[in-house]
Design a binder for this molecule. Structure first.
Ligand SMILES: [Zn+2]
Length: 255
């Protein structure tokens, strides 16, 4: 009897979580209302340079991301004036749960659950409204030995972690990575060859209909590199040379 009750409760919980995830997703990619994004700038090391930089991060540092989304969303024929509204908010004291190294599926699934619970908890009891998407930006001292871990964006829970370098000179690249992870939270998939960084054709090309196909002029945002030929590419440096290709546009409901 007790066992049956427990299983029933678990099933109900599962259905609730699945239902809310589906609802959030349907709402986020209908492009009818602006998506509210909170950015939490956090110092990921103890260096004074990182800490000093984190204190200077403001909304305006992400205005270029808002403009990029505006430009791309209207290019696909949507009338929405401001598809994404980004606010920098006071971060929690703790850093998010660490992404497991390696590819153990169970470990990653466990981390993903903890990450969702943790990001929910961060907003618990806050007077500000809950955002649609949460992005934790972890800044590192560019002179430190810390290698940047991979950034991540999850559609489940609509939360992302961006590893960034502290410093104005790196700001444009940081915005590019943030936008890439933001689009992951909306259901976009990677379009480059893992480990190599080369854009996958045709999905990873900014303009897959271009004749001749190479060299491409821009970078597809989910490939983050400009394809120069079938096997040559260069990393994109800013949103200025990036675009949302039609494959990504389909994934996030723009087409
Ligand atoms: Zn990615």
């Amino acid at each position: 009897m007790f066992r049956l009750l427990r299983i029933t409760i678990l099933l109900v919980l599962l259905i609730m979580v699945a239902g809310s995830t589906w609802l959030t997703r349907a709402r986020s990619t209908d492009w009818q209302e602006p998506l509210w994004v909170y950015v939490y700038p956090q110092a990921a090391d103890a260096s004074s340079r990182t800490r000093a930089y984190v204190d200077t991060v403001r909304d305006r540092d992400f205005a270029a991301v808002e403009r990029f989304m505006q430009r791309e969303v209207s290019r696909y024929g949507h009338a929405l004036k401001q598809p994404v509204k980004i606010s920098v908010v006071t971060p929690p004291d703790d850093l998010p749960p660490r992404l497991p190294t390696g590819r153990n599926v169970l470990k990653v699934a466990w981390w993903s659950l903890r990450m969702r619970a943790w990001s929910w908890w961060v907003e618990k009891g806050q007077p500000r409204p809950r955002p649609d998407i949460q992005i934790f930006v972890q800044y590192f001292n560019p002179e430190g030995k810390d290698m940047l871990e991979a950034s991540v964006g999850m559609q489940k829970g609509q939360v992302g972690i961006v590893n960034a370098y502290a410093g104005r000179r790196m700001a444009a690249r940081n915005r590019l990575v943030l936008t890439h992870e933001l689009l992951h939270t909306l259901g976009a998939t990677d379009k480059y060859l893992a480990g190599v960084g080369r854009p996958v054709a045709p999905e990873g090309l900014a303009d897959s209909n271009r004749v001749p196909r190479y060299p491409q002029v821009q970078a597809e945002i989910m490939a983050m590199a400009v394809a120069l030929s079938e096997n040559r590419h260069r990393a994109a440096t800013s949103l200025r040379e990036a675009t949302i290709g039609e494959f990504t546009a389909s994934e996030i409901g723009l087409r």
